[in-house]
Design a protein around this ligand. Structure first.
Ligand SMILES: [Mg+2]
Length: 125
């Protein structure tokens, strides 16, 4: 583990949000969780500086793509890597994520939580 250990996790499913938060905390990460894009943006505007943004795609208020576009447009998370953690996995979604500069696209249904943690550790190396 290096010093890139701060995560902002955004998912409207509160069960998944607390489950993934716990997994990352157990692996030594500092985690802040938000249930929608507005909450996430507020955390960033209030000074939280994550190394990794992990975003669900399908969420009320704004989807994960819109959230990440807003974060980039306002430079709210400079240097942070982006991960999409979602059950959407169409080619169009994956391409859009690539175009936005997302580092990793993880499909929840086929990835166990410890693999999600491993993937994040891999991309921050
Ligand atoms: Mg969702």
């Amino acid at each position: 583990m290096n010093d890139k250990n701060k995560i902002l996790l955004v998912d409207d499913d509160s069960f998944l949000l607390s489950m993934y938060s716990m997994k990352f905390e157990k692996s030594g990460f500092e985690v802040k969780a938000a249930t929608n894009g507005t909450e996430a943006i507020d955390l960033l505007k209030n000074g939280y500086k994550p190394d990794v943004l992990i975003m669900d795609l399908v969420m009320p208020i704004m989807d994960g793509f819109t959230l990440y576009e807003n974060v980039k447009k306002e430079n709210l998370a400079p240097g942070a890597l982006a991960v999409m953690l979602t059950n959407q996995s169409t080619a169009a979604d994956i391409n859009r994520a690539k175009e936005l500069g997302v580092s990793s696209f993880i499909v929840k249904a086929t990835t166990i939580p410890s693999e999600v943690v491993d993937e994040v550790k891999k991309i921050i190396k």
